[in-house]
Design a binder for this molecule. Structure first.
Ligand SMILES: C[S@@+](CC[C@H](N)C(=O)[O-])C[C@H]1O[C@@H](n2cnc3c(N)ncnc32)[C@H](O)[C@@H]1O
Length: 352
């Protein structure tokens, strides 16, 4: 549908000009590897291949305002649920695009995990203050970075000395766990085991209700606009398919499965509803004004195109809470946890 300009880094968004392919499972069928592992590797390669953009490249992106809106939504979630001194587990942390948000929330410790080696290295660069996307130099919290498939690996065992975490975040990535039931369960088992009782799990992912509704309204197995295109079907199993497979997560099933792991739903809102609600609050309206995508949300100053706004409708934000009474006292901070400068040798690689 319509033109599809090239866009190299969707940064947490479906709204790349790249085609995204939704389906129920992987399917390369290469010998010796399970389909899920091949599919996970393909996701890792896809993200690793995306180089860090310069500030200028970012500003020239056709979806720059959508990226800013996504950042606003993530900032609101962090500001609503993170507390000073919190231990943070950032699953699928990517290039560390949320480090500044955590810093503003004055968190005490950060562990980032991502399957894509290239992204985790970029995250290290950004953490060390060497990235030209970053205006500030140093983060106030120590950090640890791990390259691992967080939907396949027993992270609870590996991170037992860092646990419990106060908050876990999985932004624009939980749906990658949905390729098989076993992976979806492992993802939630990790999160549940690593969070303290009363701890919070915040995230964003595609909104299956909207996507399926759009698919029903469309004539073929594809729909989109000038900033995104979604294709359903078996194409991604073909050898020459080059794009990154993604999965649709029916939210009611996600909620039920999460409950099995003692994670109770606190909030679920489509991005449009989320924006309308939280932009009413003066502190978030002010942030919106500074970031730019919608002005202050009231006075028709939106710089976001209609197509970008429509693309944001494909996503939802959620918050879950780990069942149980919060501990009466915060665990004492272990001064040996993490580092305040990370070298490449400090990145930990975990195989399954
Ligand atoms: C759209 S990006 C989001 C990155 C970051 N959370 C953000 O909001 O900027 C999706 C990320 O999920 C990561 N990812 C996908 N599958 C994963 C897995 N099985 N384990 C760990 N990370 C994964 C990708 O490597 C990529 O960095």
């Amino acid at each position: 549908m319509n033109k599809r300009p090239r866009e190299d880094e969707p940064s947490s968004s479906l709204a790349s000009a790249q085609k995204r392919q939704f389906g129920a499972g992987g399917g390369y069928g290469e010998q010796g590897y399970s389909e899920e592992r091949i599919s996970a590797q393909r996701v890792a390669d896809h993200y690793s291949a995306r180089s860090n953009q310069t500030l200028e490249e970012r500003e020239n992106s056709p979806i720059i305002h959508l990226k800013k809106l996504n950042n606003w939504i993530k900032s609101v979630l962090v500001q609503l649920y993170a507390r000073p001194g919190d231990c943070v587990l950032d699953l699928a942390c990517g290039k560390g695009g949320d480090l500044i948000k955590w810093d503003k929330a004055k968190v005490g410790y950060y562990v980032g995990v991502d399957i894509a080696e290239g992204s985790i290295k970029d995250c290290m660069t950004r953490y060390n203050g060497d990235s030209d996307q970053q205006r500030r130099k140093k983060f106030s919290f120590p950090a640890r970075l791990i390259c691992a498939d967080c939907y396949e690996t027993r992270l609870d065992e590996y991170l037992c000395e860092d646990a419990p975490f106060d908050i876990c975040s999985c932004q624009f990535a939980m749906h990658y766990s949905w390729s098989t039931e076993a992976r979806a369960r492992q993802a939630l088992a990790n999160i549940s085991a690593l969070l303290r009782p009363g701890g919070t799990f915040i995230g964003t992912m595609p909104d299956a209700n909207v996507i399926i509704k759009r698919l029903r309204e469309s004539e073929g197995m594809e729909f989109g606009n000038s900033v995104y295109c979604i294709t359903f079907g078996e194409e991604y199993t073909e050898k020459d398919a080059v794009d990154c497979p993604e999965w649709v997560v029916p939210f009611h099933l996600f909620k039920l499965l999460a409950e099995e792991f003692d994670l109770e739903l606190v909030l679920m809102k489509n991005f449009h509803e989320f924006v309308h609600e939280y932009v009413q609050r003066p502190e978030f309206a002010d942030l919106m004004r500074r970031l730019g995508p919608l002005g202050d949300g009231r006075s028709g100053q939106s710089t976001l195109s209609q197509d970008e706004w429509e693309a944001s409708y494909l996503y939802l934000a959620f918050v879950l809470r780990k069942r149980g009474p919060p501990p009466s006292q915060r665990r004492a901070n272990n001064p040996n946890r993490g580092k305040t400068f990370l070298a490449e040798e400090d990145i930990e690689f975990l195989s399954i």
